[in-house]
Design a protein around this ligand. Structure first.
Ligand code: ATP
Length: 377
């Protein structure tokens, strides 16, 4: 079953392509987050779904029916704007009632629905206040209540947490996610914040330059990124561009990396390895040694110890290891020579067209390229 379907949706502004052929199916009750750097087209995609921006190509289906020609107010979509867009001169209750008035809902039902929505977002006690008498988090909840009051078929959230301070953001994000799950609200959210996206989504859509780069769950994107861009955008990755020789040695400027796997590829290649998947050790002490470099910086960050290792002529590798657990992490000092070690499962190789290359003898579909730290320990 599909609640919302985007079929090759595109948007051109004059000759510039803002969104190119985006295809996506959203299941009922699912929370899908559109994620990507500034200018990648996520807001334009959301605005096309809302009906604020015309589609240049492709189609949009809500519950199986095209909404492409339907004006925004007839799509049955609730929207929470980044700025909340509350009416400053109306009370909380009147703000929440606004959409219901527009839809001609009778007064008695309107009042009942407003109270129901305010209960849902835990703001019953503040119904008579004006927006300026509320905190940022409370204003955001009014905006959510207003969007939900019309019982929308789809909820759109445009950077809903970005006006909140960092401490509040996580808490409000969690509340919003619980509300969304418990009420089975089909929701599309836009954010440029990777952590926020990971925390809120059932599935994520990573966009880049108007196109979908990869769609998947948190595990899909973190453990099986299909491009170097996704490998660095979701979590962190050390990216090593180089030249592959013999299928198992990557020459990078000023150094060589002995890969953990063998690949049927020669020439330009890009290796991605996550900071938390690399172990450092004195050179010549471990079988999984991949390269040798010099420590430039070691930093104690509380939960983890971070080393920056200089490799070759201009490669800086970041290594981040948990300070806890049975292995314990030794801190190496700047200037010390160290070996970088990682296992086959931690390595992800791409060709020079950014396509993921499976190692020889592996079934990429079943392979966990970047296992979670917990399962690796
Ligand atoms: P941000 O996180 O900065 O909001 P975004 O990923 O949401 O970025 P969009 O706002 O969707 O990106 O913009 C995608 C591209 O379309 C950008 O290059 C932008 O300059 C362009 N664009 C957006 N709206 C218009 C418009 N009304 N006219 C012309 N170009 C536009």
């Amino acid at each position: 079953m599909t609640a919302l379907s985007l079929r090759g949706v595109s948007k051109r502004f004059g000759s510039a392509i803002a969104v190119e052929s985006v295809t996506l199916d959203v299941a009922p009750g699912e929370m899908v987050v559109l994620l990507g750097p500034s200018g990648c087209g996520k807001t334009t995609t959301l605005r096309m779904i809302a009906g604020f921006v015309d589609v240049s190509g492709g189609d949009l289906l809500l519950d199986g029916v095209s909404i492409r020609g339907l004006p925004a107010h007839r799509r049955g979509i609730g929207i929470v704007f980044q700025s909340y867009a509350l009416f400053p001169h109306l009370t909380v209750a009147r703000n929440v009632a606004f959409g219901l008035e527009m839809h001609g809902v009778a007064r008695a039902e309107r009042e009942a629905r407003v109270m129901e929505m305010l209960r849902l977002v835990k703001l019953e006690a503040l119904a008579g206040r004006l927006p300026r008498q509320l905190s940022g988090g409370q204003q955001q909840r009014v905006a959510v209540a207003r969007a939900l009051a019309i019982r929308p078929r789809l909820l759109l959230l445009d950077e809903p947490l970005s006006n909140l301070d960092a401490a509040l953001r996580q808490e409000v994000g969690r509340d919003l996610r619980i509300l969304q799950r418990e009420n089975g609200l089909t929701t599309i959210m836009v954010t440029h914040d990777q952590r926020e996206a990971m925390a809120m989504a059932d599935r994520l859509v990573v966009m880049r330059e108007g196109r979908v780069e990869q769609i998947g769950t948190q595990e899909d994107l973190y453990e099986r990124p299909t491009t170097p861009f996704v490998a660095s955008f979701i979590g962190r990755s050390n990216i090593f561009p180089g030249t592959l020789s013999g299928g198992e040695v990557l020459d990078v400027p000023g150094s060589r990396i002995a890969l953990a796997c063998r690949y049927r590829l020669s020439g330009g290649a890009i290796l991605a390895v996550r900071p938390e998947q690399i172990t450092i050790a004195p050179p010549g002490t471990r079988a999984d040694e991949r390269a040798v470099g010099h420590v430039e910086l070691s930093t104690y960050l509380g939960a983890e110890l971070e080393h920056v290792v200089h490799l070759g002529s201009d490669l800086r590798v970041v290594i981040s290891n948990s300070c806890f657990g049975p292995a314990g992490v030794r801190r190496f000092e700047p200037g010390e020579s160290v070996a970088l070690c990682w296992s086959a499962a931690s390595e992800r190789l791409f060709d020079d067209a950014d396509r993921a290359i499976p190692p020889v003898g592996s079934d990429m579909a079943n392979r966990t390229a970047f296992p979670r730290v917990a399962s690796d320990a």
